[in-house]
Ligand binder design. Sequence first.
Ligand SMILES: NC(=O)c1ccc[n+]([C@@H]2O[C@H](COP(=O)([O-])OP(=O)(O)OC[C@H]3O[C@@H](n4cnc5c(N)ncnc54)[C@H](O)[C@@H]3O)[C@@H](O)[C@H]2O)c1
Length: 437
Amino acid sequence: MTKICVIGTGYVGLVTGTCFADLGNDVVCLDVDETRISKLKNGIMPIYEPGLEQLVAQNVRAGRLVFTTNYPDAVKDTEIAFIAVGTPSGVDGEADLQYVRSAAEAIADLVDTPIIVVNKSTVPVGTGDWVADVIKKRRGGKPLEFHVVSNPEFLREGSAINDFMNPDRVVLGSTEREAANKVAELYLTLRCPIVVTDLRTAEMIKYASNAFLATRISFINEIGNMCEEMGADVKEVARGMGLDKRIGPSFLDAGLGWGGSCFPKDVKALAHMAVLHGTHPQLLQAVMEINRNQRRRVIVKLRKALGGLNDREIGVLGLAFKPNTDDMREAPAVELIHLLQNEGAHIKAYDPQAMENAGQMFPRLTLCNNPYEVAEGVDALVLATEWNEFKQLDFERIHELMRQPIIMDGRNLWDGDRLREQGFTYYGVGRAVNGQD
Ligand SMILES: NC(=O)c1ccc[n+]([C@@H]2O[C@H](COP(=O)([O-])OP(=O)(O)OC[C@H]3O[C@@H](n4cnc5c(N)ncnc54)[C@H](O)[C@@H]3O)[C@@H](O)[C@H]2O)c1
């Protein structure tokens, strides 16, 4: 049993701490956000993540998992401290390391026993060395035996527990092999490949992975835009491509583009790092530009279909950046709603989990209780997130409820031909069926 402290209880920290507790370790989850910790102490999850509430309850009951805002108590005698705080985008797209710095400084101030400091947050290449420097400087000559290990996280919101427990790989980087091996021991029971490398390579693996996945999505979106003009169907194209084992089917869904708390900020941060180091990230720039345009293309289609957007009623189904999460950070729906509202449209919306976040983000948004309430009286219905509950809707009822039967399927979720037969004007993404796109 290893004594672990996880600093930051967001999507990554809370899942990491809970899963390590479930693997039999003694875990303290620490956060500076009092409300978040008091909710957790009362068994209320501050985020929506399938299976999390039950796993937290189980491990709290077993006495392996505690939550606190008390730094000295949390880090005292800890053998391994995971830093899992946010690293949002700074003004120029760089990763803002202020929260990582304050966690590292707190460790320097409060710990006197040997400790391994693990960067689990996504941090720029070179941050491992920087954290070591921050701690050394802060100690001001007072000795402390510590090593820094990079252990980037690859979990996906919506399937975070499963991803943590069944990872494709665990990546560990350190200048001290022994420290990396000690962290590796925590993962041994998961029986997955463990890549042990140097600090900077580990940090780069995380950015390169996210940038590559974003590139695949932008690639298929660019192909989709060509399909619309050339009379092809991008869904079939992606299927035909994905069956090639060298390509594979994942991350080849044309749609509104990538969003969320990671891809946008990580691609931006990698491009920023590249420029700082004198290289020209031309592919990354194009990947970001295609993504921006993807949302705008939908607005253009809607404007054309409705003959202008001013005073139009638009319904939006799905607000979270993807299904099975309540996270709306950089969600395509957010940008769509902003753009539509800027052109004078009135928006009604529904999401199975993100309503609370949506209410805080958009005071002028009409929040509905279900897809049918959204459809009532609208001039167009836009699907922004492909939640399971949107797969099988009663379209006859929707047709009756809408003022104009125009559907913008931003995730290519529905059968366009069928909807057209039912009297809808249907637009998918990258699908030039019957010349309607
Ligand atoms: N969300 C994901 O799907 C995901 C996946 C892989 C990697 N990551 C990376 O993991 C990191 C964390 O992401 P997240 O989505 O969990 O962030 P988050 O914003 O959900 O949570 C961060 C938490 O850290 C807390 N915090 C901030 N400063 C602190 C401090 N000094 N001490 C203690 N707590 C502090 C905040 O109060 C907050 O609760 C980021 O670098 C992110 O890029 C995220």
